[in-house]
Write a protein that binds this ligand. Structure first.
Ligand code: ADP
Ligand code: MG
Length: 317
């Protein structure tokens, strides 16, 4: 699989397909497995993703394990190139993993055809891609776009129209309703994309840096809107962001570092996550004590373990 967030065969070269994809086919989906009703809304099990040819490819994800409960709002943070967008694309079913399994409300994405996946996106999984222009039909007006997003629903035209107007108001685009989407600013396109992603009341919203081009007030409004979706519909939110203040407003933030989830923050407390092979990403702020390449000693203590540079034996001094 060579498509992806910024590769040559990603949406940049197949814009039309990608734009249409979230709203395309209406195939009936296979039933959920047992975990569907009560299990996590999103689950990744040892997900690996390599772009390009095996052996010569770019390893974007090296074993992601993640579980997000229904109604939870989780931020995905990490430096540029860490693999955040790749994870979002995989969960959206826009690309398929090299290895590992992904589940949305108990449905194994690997068991779904691309038509099934398109239907899932159209009805249950709102997706907001990182590049704002990729989420919309550039020649339609803002209103046309939100109406278009509701094609898979059986709502009456008047209901669709009222909902579109309400959503455009909610994202602060009421004055831009009749403007052509392609002519909107990046920030306006971002807000329009959010209105579209929320148009069908998704069970899950996957948003890739949805506030990157917004000022603080508009970004706060986006968070309010997501929180309202959670309250009204129980929407689960996975949001990639660089904005630490915004990440801190969600239930937790997971950090992707070097293709793995290395850290997690909840309620102001930072934790490291032990990888499946026992690997540990030390937080950057302690790397002055244990710089990369340091030989370190691991010792069991009464209530945990202790890590110290080799040869610095505190006890036997
Ligand atoms: P992030 O969103 O955290 O910035 P990405 O998921 O976009 O990271 O990218 C992770 C890695 O995969 C980077 O090294 C990036 O260059 C690479 N990558 C992303 N998409 C492609 C692609 N389609 N083809 C090849 N490499 C890609
Ligand atoms: Mg990205």
């Amino acid at each position: 699989m060579t498509g992806g967030p910024d590769g040559p065969s990603g949406p940049a070269s197949s814009d039309r397909g990608t734009r249409a994809a979230p709203h395309a086919a209406e195939a009936d989906l296979p039933p959920q497995d047992d975990a569907g009703a009560s299990g996590p809304a999103l689950r990744c099990v040892n997900v690996v993703h390599v772009y390009g040819a095996a052996g010569a490819g770019v390893v974007a994800l090296r074993g992601i394990d993640l579980s997000v409960a229904a109604g939870e709002m989780v931020a995905v943070v990490g430096s540029s190139g860490a693999g955040k967008s790749t994870l979002l694309w995989l969960l959206a079913g826009l690309i398929r993993p090299t290895a590992g399994r992904l589940f949305v409300h108990g449905r194994a994405l690997g068991d779904l055809s691309s038509g099934d996946l398109a239907s899932l996106r159209a009805r249950q999984v709102g997706v907001l891609l990182q590049n704002p222009a990729r989420n919309l039909l550039p020649y339609g007006t803002a209103l046309d776009n939100v109406l278009f997003a509701q094609r898979p629903t059986r709502r009456r035209p008047a209901v669709k129209s009222a909902r579109s107007r309400a959503l455009l108001d909610a994202v602060g685009l009421d004055a831009q309703r009749d403007r052509v989407a392609g002519a909107l600013s990046g920030g306006e396109q971002q807000r329009l994309g959010l209105a579209m992603a929320l148009a069908n009341g998704p069970a899950v919203l996957l948003a890739d840096e949805p506030t990157s081009q917004l000022d603080a007030a508009s970004a706060a409004r986006v968070v309010d809107l997501l929180q309202a979706a959670r309250k009204d519909l129980g929407t689960t939110v996975l949001m990639v962001t660089h904005d630490e203040a915004l990440a801190a407003q969600l239930d937790r933030a997971v950090t992707i570092r070097d293709g793995r989830i290395g850290a997690e923050a909840r309620a102001g407390q930072d934790y490291v996550v032990i990888g499946r092979d026992g690997a540990l990403h030390l937080p950057p702020e302690v790397l002055d004590v244990l710089p990369p390449g340091t030989l370190a000693e691991v010792r069991r203590t009464s209530d945990g373990i202790e890590l110290r540079p080799a040869g610095q034996d505190g006890d036997k001094a």
